[in-house]
Ligand binder design. Structure first.
Ligand code: HEC
Length: 116
């Protein structure tokens, strides 16, 4: 005979849990490991790309090409922002690439203040 419905339901709940956990692991992998230089940016942009200080933009989920281009513009002075120029000054292209990949792969969190 078939199993009592209640046991079946808990089996399904369990399977759904496994699927969710697997999804979380898969999306964490998409972002890659934390970049070694992340600490240099996190004070202002947060580890997950949500701004920590007034005036700093959120970077989470922003387009990869856009972030890359923005950093190039700070570096060559087309965007003349001393703060950002100083932050990326000592870094190699490979370091910057790792950082923009990381930020681009983050999911923006829901803002805690302000109007939508
Ligand atoms: C001291 C604070 C500070 C630090 C540290 C810092 N940033 Fe910024 N960042 C800013 C501010 C402020 C802006 C906005 C500048 C402007 O008006 O163009 C900005 C802008 C940016 C932008 C452009 C975003 C956009 O939407 O145009 C990128 C990309 C960025 N930062 C990446 C980084 C990365 C990567 C690091 C680490 C290497 C970093 N920042 C470190 C404060 C900071």
């Amino acid at each position: 005979m078939a199993q009592p419905p209640r046991r079946l339901a808990s089996l399904f709940r369990c399977l759904a849990g496994v699927a969710l956990a697997y999804g979380a692991v898969a999306s964490a992998q998409a972002a890659g490991p934390k970049p070694a230089r992340l600490g240099l940016c996190a004070a202002c942009h947060g580890e997950t790309g949500m701004a920590q200080i007034p005036g700093a933009p959120n970077l989470a989920g922003q387009k990869l090409d856009y972030l890359r281009e923005a950093l190039k513009q700070y570096r060559d002075g087309r965007r003349n922002v001393p703060l950002m120029r100083a932050a990326i000054g000592p870094m190699s292209d490979a370091d910057l690439d790792e950082l923009v990949r990381w930020y681009s792969a983050q999911t923006p969190s829901v803002p805690t203040q302000g109007n939508p």
